[in-house]
Ligand binder design. Sequence first.
Ligand SMILES: C[S@@+](CC[C@H](N)C(=O)[O-])C[C@H]1O[C@@H](n2cnc3c(N)ncnc32)[C@H](O)[C@@H]1O
Length: 814
Amino acid sequence: MATGSKNKAPHSLAQYSSLPTPNPNHNIKRGSRDSTKIYEPTFPEQDACTPAGLKRAQQHQKMAIDWNTLAKEFHDILGIRPPDDLAFRKRVEAVLSRLSACNAVPTDERRTRLLALVNRKFDINAQAINKLLAIAAAKKISFNYHEKSRIAAAFDQSEKPSFTLVLQLKNAVDDDLVSAFRPASVEVTLKKLHSELVSPTLIRKDSRPRDWSQEIRRSLFGGFVFSVFRQQDMHELFDKDIHLEARYEPDFWKHLHKSRREMFSRAKTLVYLECDGSIEINKIAPSLQKEFFELANHGYFALHLKNAHGREWRTAALATLFAEKFLEKRLENGYFRWREIESTTRSYIPALADADTAFDRANLGYHYKDTFVLGDDARGGILLLFQKNTSDETLIPCPSCRSHDVQGNSYSSLGVKSWECMNPICPDRSKFDRGKRYSFYQLLRQQAIDNTNAMISISSVRAWSRDVQSVKPSDAIIEMLVRHYTLPGDGVLQIGGDVTQSLGRDITCEQLSKYLNGLNELGENALSKFSRSPFFGRFAIARPTPGAGKGAVESRTFGNTELLLGDCFDVLSEMPEAIFDGAVTSPPYYNAREYAQWQNIYCYLYDMFNIARQVFRTLKPGATYLFNIFDYFDNENTIAYSAMGDKRMILSAYCVELFERAGFKCEGNIVWDKGEIEGKRAFNNGNFSPYYQAPFNCWEHILIFKKPGGEISFARPLPRVLRQKPVMKIVQGVNCHGHTAPFPDQVPELLLERLPENSVVLDPFAGSMTTGRVAARLGRRAVCIEKDRAYFELGFSMLRNSAAQIPLFHLAAQ
Ligand SMILES: C[S@@+](CC[C@H](N)C(=O)[O-])C[C@H]1O[C@@H](n2cnc3c(N)ncnc32)[C@H](O)[C@@H]1O
């Protein structure tokens, strides 16, 4: 049964511009629908111009709109009373007293709007919509974000013509789809509402015990009051900026453009810098610094290091570290609990006592996003992406009701200021009456969706859905960057590289050498100041070696492999210098596993630095150390502990810096391409627009470090890419391997196969002793250190079992 009114205006394309826009982050799960446009179901402004519209306008001019009228109507339609909340009532009455009855929409329309509001807030049509989308998908019909929004609105308003118009415009009119249009009947809507009032479906955030029914009634009644009047009247009532414009601007983004000009400087939204990978980091650092201050907020810096000679990886790592941390700032925000950070770090690192640490200053900069690997031969290169996010405190009115009664909300991520609307009559309050949350960045992303000229082709999105690519010419890379990370009309600075097409953007090209020469002076200062900064004083500190007898808790020898139980720092401290011909390992990734928990990244880095120093000491000059690590997502816990501090970790970049401080030379990196990996990162929910595209992170680093001063010959050079699936350890939900993070045999093979026989190889974080097993198979000697007793035992038994399967393995266990 329909909830629509009888007096509908004819449908037109223009009408769609006022339809709701669900949160682009959700597919059709619309619980937290996030619109930057007002939910204005079926009463377009043009209606007043039609004879029927005029008639209706005359009719309701006579009506007095006060609390009691609306309360009665609300009760008649939904069978529930408005909230018993005096303060709320006063706010509503104050609003009503400022609005004349002639601006109200007719009563039947009010009913439609109210029922649609209930449907939307409680996501009542979600199942039916998903069913329809599934039928469409089976017929190979897919809807983009805009079409899905219109379909959702048509369901909530029970407006079949709006739905069929979507199909018509797509040339996809189909009987099965038309008959799958089954919006909730009024009975279903009311039943759901009443059951929610008695026992609400809670989401975790809402689970504090409180008066749900009151909150639901307040949210619905507030939204109802808003929808009783024309959108323009409500906006003009709430928006203090309205005087800045000669005419009312229905589009919030355009309105914001006029009233918040300073936020809209799009003169530089992307910087692309292309250079040879052998470039020294002191040449790159100043450009990162200079452009950070010139880029529009949320803009991107793309660094393309061409030609693979290995050295590009060192530059990439140091540039990443500099980019993320170069800006030293005293933060006033309450989320920056530096005293707590200082005290946990100091209690973990007693040696910090006299170091210059300046914990009261935060280290900020770009957000590291991705590194695309461009091919596996010498012509390949890498492309790094950094995004600027700096907190802008400029007040942004609520995009739904345009009220300035908003307050700063917790940041969605560092540098992205978000707001919460406090207007009780805002139509976009949650079902439990929480104010709408939004940020400038979210609005920018929404704008990117709304701008049909910004649409990216499916082929471009697909072509760049992995972060391991084939060799790509510069123009293809720039085209991707421009399409995926800017909007039409934006300014782009291209430094180096060939001339490319503009794609409707304003591209300024600069010659690389000329540009870099202009930055020379800044360069030396920027980098040396950073490397001497207190930031490193918080973790790059030598740890005293333990007293004698603190080494291995237990040791076992099996064939040519020695297994040592203990902390590798302690165990290695007791070993003589220069005894190993090479090392290969995969360390515990900071806070990624149960065996890898640190209070903050400083504590982790302190451990990694000191273990690296011990590995360095025990390796022979000329020895190679292969270090497998992944830049996954977590929280460094050095600025904010909440989810806003979650980000892509730059573990590999930190390791390059620290290993060089320990004495190693970074000679390059082997890209371990893990193939098609699972994950959601590249899912764009049908939004083929800028700022929604991110690749799957398909590869891990195997960094190549060398201890200088000698030569240990390799049978053949190391490859640039290792294509290998990860170890299959979970089968039907059960870990059948035993270790949670083993690497495949092919990782230690990279080293062991290339070293001469009788070489001795170290794995300081041995886990299930994969290195030991590979060494045994290849007739090499290995020393494996593992801290965890259970993994030590597991490694031992796996070694024994695998030895039994190798006929040539004739050295018995001792
Ligand atoms: C990523 S796993 C290594 C997995 C191994 N490559 C394999 O194939 O099974 C890291 C291992 O380091 C161990 N570990 C962590 N800290 C350690 C330390 N200080 N000394 C020795 N082992 C440590 C953990 O218990 C874990 O088993």
